[in-house]
Design a protein around this ligand. Structure first.
Ligand SMILES: NC(=O)c1ccc[n+]([C@@H]2O[C@H](COP(=O)([O-])OP(=O)(O)OC[C@H]3O[C@@H](n4cnc5c(N)ncnc54)[C@H](OP(=O)(O)O)[C@@H]3O)[C@@H](O)[C@H]2O)c1
Length: 295
């Protein structure tokens, strides 16, 4: 079987590609990122959304789609990510791809006030209607390796005299280790059923608990303050400007506070964030993870 992974030199795509290669599979990638020193050595095609996409997908059995953009920016936005993903599904159908393993998010919803969740909802519906065989994975938040959110909470805890939690911090998250999600993705490639799986880890934290847990594991004594979402956003904006990045958006704060990174479902990942953070406490958050630097 031939597998194509979007973004095999990126974050989750690299873990999926590695698992496939370890299983002896034939893997190619669609990406615009340069290969990193430790990247898997696999044939690479540009992730461009036009006629060449069908050519890149001929002979492929399974497409793992991780493509998405995290926020709206002058160079990319959710609307074009939706249009591009629809083209990718269409190209896969024309090329005769047998199955798509599509990475979505917890609680996607076409009527959500948040564009991220709306776009993901629309894409899930389009994939289901496409007639292609599919597995949709819905992660809440990924951790491990080069993750952004958990790493940057740790980075902020290390570098600021105090940490600001948006509101009361009672909204929840169910982080899954990136390699547990990769394992799930590869398993689903060999399943024939159409299905939707919540990709969540074994621990559920409130945001406040998560920040306190990371602070304690890092051995820090930073006070945790409750701030309004707007003050938190403005503080994030200043930090983003200093780091040449977008640290957090109003929409991300809104989705988090609306409890959208939590579902009522059994865990599908087994790695506990607390165990992983204890094992990696010496390096966790020592470097800021920049979304824009990756682009
Ligand atoms: N990371 C999380 O915590 C998290 C949480 C919930 C859901 N998800 C979902 O999981 C999937 C994978 O996320 P990830 O964090 O692993 O993503 P990623 O590696 O940063 O990117 C995945 C793919 O999207 C492309 N991409 C990302 N941002 C782009 C931009 N601004 N312009 C053009 N292409 C862009 C990358 O292109 P290149 O190959 O050219 O780099 C790559 O092919 C996404 O669908 C995301 O919505 C992630």
């Amino acid at each position: 079987m031939k597998h194509v992974v979007t973004g095999a030199f990126g974050y989750s795509g690299s873990y999926i590609a590695r698992r496939l290669l370890e299983a002896g599979a034939d893997v190619i990638t669609l990406t615009n990122s340069p290969r990193k020193a430790d990247s898997p050595n696999i044939p690479t095609y540009p992730l461009t959304f036009g006629d060449s996409l069908v050519d890149s997908l001929y002979g492929v059995d399974v497409l793992y789609n991780t493509y998405w953009v995290r926020f709206n920016h002058q160079k990319f936005n959710h609307q074009s990510a939706v249009e591009n993903t629809l083209q990718l599904f269409e190209a896969a159908k024309i090329a005769g791809v047998r199955r798509i393993v599509h990475v979505s998010i917890t609680n996607p919803d076409e009527s959500s006030p948040f564009e991220y969740f709306r776009g993901k909802g629309l894409l899930e519906r389009a994939l289901i209607a496409s007639g292609l065989s599919y597995a949709i994975l819905r992660p809440a938040v990924l951790f491990g390796g080069e993750d952004v959110l958990i790493n940057n909470i740790a980075w902020l805890l290390r570098h600021l005299p105090a940490f600001g939690v948006f509101g009361d911090g009672s909204y929840r998250l169910q982080p899954i280790h990136v390699d547990d999600m990769a394992c799930l993705a590869v398993e689903q490639a060999f399943n024939r059923d159409n299905l939707i799986v919540n990709a969540i880890g074994p621990e559920t934290f409130t945001y406040l608990q998560l920040v306190k847990t990371l602070r304690d594991i890092l051995g820090l004594r930073r006070p945790i303050l409750h701030v309004t979402p707007e003050i938190g956003y403005q503080a994030g904006k200043v930090i983003g400007a200093l780091m040449g990045d977008v640290t957090i958006t109003r929409e991300e704060i809104g989705g988090l506070m609306a409890d959208l990174l939590c579902v009522d479902a059994p865990p599908t990942g087994s790695t506990r964030l607390t165990d992983w953070a204890r094992t990696n406490h010496a390096t966790l958050g020592t470097r800021y993870a920049s979304e824009l630097a990756r682009r």
